[in-house]
Design a protein around this ligand. Sequence first.
Ligand code: ADP
Ligand code: SF4
Ligand code: MG
Length: 363
Amino acid sequence: MTELSKTGAAVGEPTPASPSDAFLEVRDLKVHFPTDDGIVKSVDGLSFSLEKGKTLSIVGESGSGKSVTSLAIMGLHRLGARGKNVQMSGEIWLGGKELVSASPDEVRRLRGREMAMIFQDPLSAMHPYYKVGDQIVEAYRVHHNVSKKVARTRAIEMLDRVGIPEPAKRVDGYPHEFSGGMRQRAMIAMALVNNPELLIADEPTTALDVTVQAQILDLIRDLQKEFGSAVILITHDLGVVAEIADDVLVMYGGRCVERGPVDEIFEKPQHPYTWGLLGSMPRIDRETSDRLIPVKGQPPSLINVPSGCAFHPRCPYADLPKGNVTRTVRPELQQVDGGHWSACHLSPEDRTRIWTEEIAPKL
Ligand SMILES: Nc1ncnc2c1ncn2[C@@H]1O[C@H](COP(=O)(O)OP(=O)(O)O)[C@@H](O)[C@H]1O
Ligand code: SF4
Ligand SMILES: [Mg+2]
């Protein structure tokens, strides 16, 4: 409770577990969905923090809880029939406000202006039957008491900013009249129209071709520089991560297994799952893509999560830590150094040896 009252004060006030500039702080977040088959523990005790002007990349296989984390921050996980009975606990501090205990109305007021999200599929954020410009105008007027005319000028300006040609004309187009890349840009324009302080981009370029991907990532980076926003970027592409992330958080089975500054994660990763990802994920900066090996086995069930370390059924090193610890005791995150944390029972010596002698030479 003391922590709670401490963080309840002004934005950026130092907290025991975070740097002083944290704009977003997630603490022990749990998002569980009761279903007929059992409780799906989509996010199960996740903590991280993010400063303004910084980019955090969240990586991990499909189904590891990345989108549910984003939706929970945005307060969108309750939408739709399946989200009705969601059980959520923990804390999400955004600019000094706690969102888990906030009312849906309070969270709605923050959406757009303090936080915005871009999705893989722009049509999940834009209505197909309304003109693109009108949707941006509405998004702007929710937070600004201005005339439609003023808001329309702002919409055109935003379409221009995101590189849509002839914005004064396209503002009156419908989403289906835009190509995939242009629609993605229009959605970004809508997400950024209120200069959100936190932008969450959930696989924003997965569906696009490589050239458009690069342009859109440049755009996010430029806009971030200009507005000093905090960005969470969820992507499968480690090349992109290497290029634009400041920090990386590796998720497995709804939990963080490793997190740290981007250089540390690439140069001395400490978790066997991260090693697997580095070996398996496509990277635009590497030519040997035909030699990539996927992480063996299947992602864990989030209803019956494996005991001990959830990665143990797939981990080649599960028998190395002494006794049966890997199968019985869940490893907690331990500090490697600085902001680098890893949750694995391997000794630091074993991790260093395996990484430098067995893994790194093959990458
Ligand atoms: N509303 C829901 N009800 C039940 N399970 C859900 C719901 N939303 C997501 N899940 C489950 O939570 C897990 C994590 O999903 P998600 O966060 O979308 O993964 P990803 O890392 O691929 O973005 C998946 O197993 C998914 O099926
Ligand atoms: S705790 Fe054991 S099973 Fe889990 S990643 Fe480390 S070595 Fe592998
Ligand atoms: Mg997802």
